[in-house]
Design a protein around this ligand. Structure first.
Ligand code: FDM
Ligand code: MG
Length: 212
């Protein structure tokens, strides 16, 4: 009975292309939730600290080359290896604020046009489904005006524009699309309000498997 009454944390995901402000919003949200007395932790994918994550990091830094399907599976494996810890935290009542998830996995690989979207989704089927997906959307033109991209793989305007198209094709009515050209504060206020509601509404619901 005690088990049944325990409140779980919410799984809150931020998605979008590079430089749209996901990391800033994740940080702001975790801080605000903690300040309000709620348990919250941040997590980002890829998690570059694990053995798989180090391989991914070398790939992103162009130190190694990997075949497109192969790197895709490593990104998915890098999420699966975190699932036991994620489930434990969620069950203990801690909300997880996640910077990128399976949707990035699909969008970035699909943008390469070497694997179909259905194939891209397959390795992530069954991951914990997020309670909220915030999609930070910025036009390729606005993204380009923001700042120079870095030197990592994928940080090219043309590729980012294709990734944005893949995200747009994938998103459904459950996603909270946010105009990322707005101010950090105004986005944060909206994100916090939606997140507090999601934490409340989902606290007694099961976590369903993604894309099943
Ligand atoms: N990326 C990220 C992928 O290609 N697939 C994935 O599954 C994930 C999670 O990795 F270009 C790409 C997106 C980005 C790069 O991400 C590193 P960060 O958020 O810039 O660290
Ligand atoms: Mg990046």
């Amino acid at each position: 009975e005690l088990e049944k009454m325990a409140r779980r944390g919410a799984l809150i995901v931020f998605e979008g292309c590079d430089r749209v402000g996901k990391s800033t919003q994740c940080q702001r949200l975790v801080e605000a939730l903690k300040t309000s007395g709620r348990q919250a932790e941040s997590l980002s994918f890829p998690n570059r600290d694990t053995a798989i994550g180090k391989l991914i990091n070398n790939y992103l830094n162009k130190k190694i080359e990997l075949e497109n399907h192969s790197i895709h599976l490593l990104f998915a494996a890098n999420r699966w290896e975190m699932v036991p810890q994620m489930e434990k935290l969620l069950k203990s009542g801690t909300s997880l604020i996640v910077d990128r998830y399976a949707f990035s996995g699909v969008a970035y690989t699909a943008a390469k046009k070497t694997a179909e979207v259905d194939w891209c989704k397959w390795p992530d089927i069954g991951l914990p489904t997020p309670d909220v997906v915030f999609y930070l959307s910025l036009s390729p033109e606005a993204a380009q005006q923001r700042s120079m991209y870095g030197n990592e793989r994928y940080e090219k305007a043309e590729f980012q524009a294709e990734v944005e198209r893949q995200f747009q094709a994938m998103k459904d009515e459950s996603w909270e699309t946010i105009d990322a050209s707005r101010s950090v504060d105004s986005i944060h206020r909206e994100v916090l309000e939606t997140s507090l509601r999601a934490i409340e509404e989902n606290s007694h619901k099961d976590i369903l498997p993604l894309w099943k």
